[in-house]
Design a protein around this ligand. Structure first.
Ligand code: ZN
Length: 234
């Protein structure tokens, strides 16, 4: 066995441990996203309901202004009626007054309904706010559990990183540089056992002479095709 092999494999184990923590942390993300999406959906319903209140209030206020105008105009007609002399003009004014009274009555009824609509929009908003709070309450335990799991894994990762640093000091510096360089590449791991006469990562055949050197533990060779370090399993 090559003298540096043991330290190198131990280092790789540490890196696998760190990577496993990273993968587990990442696996928590969809769970958090699912919870977040539920909140966003409930918040959207609240927002729509609030917009409903604004629209209903605007309509009610608009009707109120309109009615105010009608009343002012009616008042002006009544005043004109007091001063008017011709019978024809008077009867025209009377007809206008009658017509406007009917229109006004309709608008006032509409105004009452618009007030009801504001109340209804407020009721819907309160309902949506309540539903949002219920979602928040229902998520509290799940969120707390997620935070707990994340902290647990983060702590595990921290000690795995410390272990990794400690182990890296036991590796021959030249090999360590090579190992770290391979790790920054595409291969999932930096060092693989021979798979028969082939590289354990890319399965490219290793020339017989190199294979013999590797098996004797005389050298830690890199795969000619993918670059990972190769060793022979006992
Ligand atoms: Zn290879």
């Amino acid at each position: 066995m090559h003298p540096d092999l043991e330290a190198l494999l131990a280092l790789q184990d540490r890196d696998v441990a760190v990577a496993s923590c990273d993968a587990r942390l990442k696996a928590l993300e969809p769970e958090v996203r699912t919870l977040d999406d539920q909140i966003v959906a409930a918040e959207r319903v609240v927002e729509q309901a609030r917009a409903g209140i604004r629209a209903a209030v605007e309509r009610r206020d608009g009707l109120e202004g309109k009615i105010q105008n009608y009343r002012t105009m009616q008042e002006q007609r009544r005043q004109r009626l007091e001063w008017v002399r011709g019978a024809k003009e008077a009867s025209t004014l009377m007809a206008e007054l009658d017509l406007a009274r009917t229109v006004l009555a309709k608008e006032e009824a509409e105004f009452m309904r618009s007030g009801d609509a504001v109340g209804e929009a407020e009721r819907k908003t309160a309902e949506a706010e309540n539903a949002l709070q219920n979602v928040r309450d229902a998520q509290a335990a799940a969120r707390e559990a997620l935070v707990g799991r994340r902290q647990e894994i983060a702590a595990e990762r921290e000690s795995a990183v410390v272990e990794r640093e400690r182990t890296s000091k036991t590796v021959n510096p030249a090999l360590l540089t090579r190992y770290d360089k391979i790790r920054r590449g595409k291969a999932p791991l930096a060092i693989y056992p021979l798979h028969g006469s082939s590289c354990g990562n890319c399965f490219t055949a290793v020339p017989t002479q190199r294979k013999a050197l590797i098996q004797r533990g005389a050298t830690i060779e890199g795969c000619e095709a993918c670059g990972v370090l190769l060793y022979a399993k006992e």
